[in-house]
Design a protein around this ligand. Structure first.
Ligand code: G3I
Length: 366
């Protein structure tokens, strides 16, 4: 099978020119240290090729994180762009990086309806879909067997607006294989990597609104169904893409109740993609940073009160590389300030908010 790693496919966010000659000096330890003290993991999504090409970005990961997740390069269409060709160079680099820096790694994601194989429409049909999906999972998860802390096996499978009674999103795999595609994916992932914690990951579950409550209930029903059928699912991933302007709908007790129910199914919980959009905040940097930090702190203090929560990952580490810069642009055009480090890798109030939440979290056992 061809490995087209070296072809010049551009993935990941573009690497901006380096603005600093050295990484800012810090007297305090990194977030990884605060997390470790209470038995937690802290990490972030890493962009490609920035992790390879931007030395300060890489150093910031080494300093702050004890877990890393590739932001894009393990997605179906990127890692498996042709039926017989995989592109493993970027995720291999990241796996080696994690090993060198004593970090864990999460896999994201084996099955998702976005960034799907570009060849799906021309090559996949109801007769061969199972074979293709199993082959993909065996090859990708199998390559990192024993090296992954966890895998997002299925991502975002619930979508109530699609109108199905079971709440499932109508995706190519649902249409080709029926609802059983989820179970099939988890079983294939278990065969490929028996040690990784197999995770169901989803978004839009954070607020105390009727829509999000309905989605929480649908996620719980899905997880219960999987557990009843002895499907190897070990964890739930709470994406937690937050927005300052929606945060008035957040109620700690609603989040905690949801997490309790998930934990009662015997599942671990990871906060997998935390970030906080500042789109509707004023330009003033100090004011904006404090408001964003407040959201991080309130959310994490509520989340970390649940002992089943074992890991916190932000969806990016520095404002230099974040999907929110493109997808949640500020009206004034000022750069977004949404992650723990600023564009020059300096720690912001959001960093201190995460530190404080990690520091005050009850100690985890195992
Ligand atoms: O690589 C191409 C590049 O060649 C091209 O020039 C450029 C022009 O648009 O696009 C580049 O690909 C982009 C890719 O990010 C890499 O930057 C895709 O268009 C773009 O759609 C893709 O967006 C990613 C998005 O998932 C869709 O896969 C974001 O970076 C990534 O942050 C986002 O992450 C998702 C999680 O996987 C699941 N949960 C929600 C989260 C945020 O949307």
């Amino acid at each position: 099978m061809a490995d087209i790693s070296r072809r010049s496919l551009l993935v990941g966010n573009l690497t901006a020119p380096l603005a600093r000659r050295t990484l800012p000096e810090e007297t305090e330890p990194g977030l990884r240290e605060y997390a470790a003290r209470t038995g937690l993991l802290y990490g972030a999504a890493a962009a490609w090729p920035a992790l390879r090409d931007d030395e300060h970005y890489a150093q910031s990961f080494a300093r702050e994180c004890n877990i890393l997740v590739p932001e894009n390069v393990l997605k179906m269409g990127l890692v498996h762009p042709e039926p017989d060709a995989y592109r493993f160079e970027p995720p291999d680099f990241m796996a080696d990086f994690c090993q060198r820096h004593d970090m864990r790694m999460r896999g994201h994601t084996l099955v998702w309806h976005q960034q799907i194989w570009p060849w799906l429409k021309t090559h996949v049909n109801a007769q061969n879909a199972q074979k293709h999906l199993e082959q993909h999972i065996h090859t990708v998860a199998g390559r990192y067997r024993g090296r992954m802390h966890s895998w997002d096996v299925v991502n975002e499978a619930i979508h109530l607006p699609d109108g199905r009674e079971d709440g499932l999103r109508i995706t190519p795999f649902l249409e080709l294989l029926g609802p059983g595609y989820i179970e099939l994916a988890f079983r294939a992932a278990r065969e490929a990597d028996p040690n990784a914690k197999l995770t169901y990951n989803d978004y839009g579950l954070d607020y105390d609104t009727p829509q999000q409550e309905a989605k929480r209930q649908a996620v719980l029903r899905l997880l219960r169904r999987l557990k009843e059928r002895d499907v190897p699912v070990h964890a739930f991933g709470m994406q937690a893409h937050l927005d300052w302007s929606e945060f008035r709908h957040f109620k700690p007790e609603t989040l905690q109740r949801f997490f309790r129910e998930i934990a009662s199914l015997g599942l671990e919980i990871y906060i997998t993609e935390l970030d906080v959009s500042d789109r509707d905040l004023p330009d003033d940097v100090a004011e904006r940073d404090e408001a964003i930090a407040g959201v991080y702190e309130t959310y994490l203090k509520a989340a970390l009160g649940e002992p089943a929560v074992k890991a916190v990952l932000t969806w990016g580490l520095t404002d230099r590389y974040t999907w929110l810069a493109g997808r949640r642009k500020r009206a004034s055009g000022t750069p977004v300030r949404v992650l723990p480090l600023d564009r020059e890798y300096r720690r912001k109030p959001a960093w201190r908010a995460i530190r404080d939440a990690l520091r005050s979290a009850p100690a985890r056992t195992a």
